[in-house]
Design a protein around this ligand. Structure first.
Ligand SMILES: Cc1ncc(COP(=O)(O)OP(=O)(O)O)c(N)n1
Ligand SMILES: Cc1nc(C(=O)O)sc1CCOP(=O)(O)O
Ligand SMILES: [Mg+2]
Length: 508
């Protein structure tokens, strides 16, 4: 393995246990690589055999492979491990050329192919992507990524932007085939557009001017493997990885400048990236479509707090809750369509008019516009079908569901009236498999908002919240908690609502 120190520092910085198998001793510094001394596959086999008895890996990150014997050995090893550990993921950083010049190996594509066919995630830079495809003249990232996926059946192809021409921005690209990743955590919500079999997007950040980037490629792949090992979905793992890399590069920017960018130094692996400014801009179909859309109207709270946000499924519940003086309620109708649906929505909107309560309609944005609702709540699955420009022009407020940092950053760019984060805890109201955030993730996502001095979009937490755990959720600083069953299935709903309102107000 190349960059063994970088790998260990990265994984430990991110709270992941790591075992390393060294495939070669290299003679290199940050200026040059002079020799590579491969380790025999006999030794590697013995190490793998003994380590697997300690603890099975959840992710294997592969870096330098020095010769064909090692490639063949690893191909056999991965084939065997995958039978033993069905959820095992492998991340391959196709190390070939050293960033400081010189080659680590002379492997051909034909020799590498059987191994590539065992890989789930690959992280080439532009030069490596060209070598993997045999395309030397085209700089169409999408074409390169799709060819890598197609030729080797690799589920996720992440092409790093470090070698691109753009001097201002470093744009990394992800092509992700929608089948089994992350195997361990099936994602019930994705893709937004259910007809798609693959998604692609860019993550873009300002280019950082530092020469302290030696080992950055290893750190990228190991950070990605570390986030995947912790159960993050690929889009969130990739976003966190980009933030981790930005954080490390920015940490050395001043050192590099101080020495006049004269020599190279080691990439500075740090810990969990928790500052909003390290996180990239998400560029996908949705952000491109709506890049010029103005911000949605705010909730006009005039210093008041949003408080408890009941999400209810009938006119019966609406009539029961409207007189209770809440700032916000959502009507979430499921399994009704046609005229009956329109009747319910129009009646709900009419019923809410005499009250100060802001009524949001879930999903049915056209009916919400038609009948003049205060706002509409749109989930990730509905985002590609909804016409956000129409909602905005009609003056309706918009709430968007998010589950993880990729969706949160993207939704934040759309400047809705509020953002929802869920599911905080397991819930029986909706299938949220693979999307349970917990308190830690909620806190991490809240840190992705702009500094309090800038305009912050209110955040609502949802999913499995009840009287027992509400205080814990509110302690994170969310503006509101949204609940379904904590009210609708309570023995005494008004009493439960009152308790939740008290807890919410006490948290401000
Ligand atoms: C406040 C709030 N947050 C999230 C949701 C979930 O919306 P969505 O993802 O569209 O799922 P459904 O509610 O439509 O099943 C919500 N409704 N409200
Ligand atoms: C409707 C819904 N959306 C969620 C999300 O995370 O987007 S969680 C959820 C269910 C909320 O119901 P309860 O309060 O009964 O757990
Ligand atoms: Mg919805």
């Amino acid at each position: 393995m190349l960059g063994i120190a970088a790998d260990i520092k990265t994984a430990h910085g991110l709270g992941v246990e790591v075992c390393t198998l060294i495939t070669a001793n290299t003679v290199q510094n940050s200026h040059q690589l002079t020799s590579v001394y491969p380790i025999s596959v006999d030794i590697l086999q013995q190490q793998a055999d003994i380590l697997i008895h300690d603890k099975p890996p959840s992710v294997i990150k592969i870096g330098l492979l020095a010769n064909t014997e090692q490639v063949q050995w690893l191909t056999r090893l991965l084939t065997r491990y995958k039978k033993q550990i069905p959820d095992l993921l492998s991340v391959y950083d196709p190390v070939g050329q050293a960033s400081v010049g010189g080659s680590f190996n002379t492997l051909t594509l034909t020799q590498l192919t059987p191994l590539l066919q065992q890989i789930e995630v690959i992280t080439p830079n532009l030069l490596e992507a060209k070598a993997l495809t045999g395309i030397s003249d085209v700089i169409n990232i999408a074409q390169l990524a799709e060819k890598i996926h197609h030729d080797f059946s690799i589920t996720s192809v992440l092409i790093k932007g470090g070698h691109n021409d753009d001097q201002q921005n470093c744009r990394d690209y992800c092509y992700h085939q929608l089948n089994q990743l992350n195997k361990a955590k099936q994602d019930s919500q994705y893709p937004r557009d259910k007809t798609k079999t693959a998604i692609s997007y860019h993550l873009s950040s300002n280019r950082v001017n530092t020469h302290y980037n030696h080992g950055g490629g290893c750190s990228f792949a190991t950070a990605l493997a570390s986030f995947l090992a912790q159960g993050y979905l690929i889009r969130d793992a990739f976003t966190l990885t980009k933030a981790f890399i930005n954080q490390g590069l920015l940490a050395s920017e001043h050192l590099s400048a101080e020495n006049g960018h004269q020599y190279y130094g080691a990439f500075d692996q740090q810990t969990w990236p928790s500052t909003a400014s390290y996180f990239p801009k998400v560029i996908d179909e949705l952000s491109v479509t709506y890049q010029l859309l103005p911000a949605f109207n705010s909730l006009n709270l005039h210093g008041k707090k949003l408080g408890l946000y009941p999400v209810i499924g009938s006119i019966y519940w609406l009539k029961r809750l409207l007189p209770l003086g809440l700032e916000i309620i959502q009507l979430r109708i499921k399994n009704v369509s046609g005229a009956a649906l329109e009747q319910i929505i129009s009646e709900a909107i009419a019923l809410s008019k005499p009250y100060k309560t802001r009524l949001f309609i879930n999903d049915y944005w056209q009916l919400a516009i038609k009948h003049g609702a205060y706002g509409v709540h749109i989930g990730q699955e509905d985002l590609s079908d909804a016409n956000l420009a129409q909602i905005q022009q009609a003056g309706l407020r918009l709430g968007i569901s998010t589950h993880g940092c990729y969706e949160f950053l993207l939704a934040q760019q759309l400047q809705p009236s509020y953002l929802a984060i869920g599911a905080i805890f397991p819930t029986k109201t909706k299938n949220m498999t693979g999307q349970i955030q917990g308190i830690d993730n909620l806190q991490q996502l809240l840190a992705l908002r702009p500094q309090p001095s800038k305009k912050q979009i209110p955040v609502v937490a949802i999913g499995g919240i009840n009287i027992t755990n509400a205080a814990q959720v509110l302690a994170t600083g969310v503006e509101s908690i949204a609940v379904v069953t904590a009210i609708t299935e309570a023995k005494e709903p008004e009493q439960a609502l009152k308790q939740l309102v008290t807890l919410t107000l006490a948290s401000y």
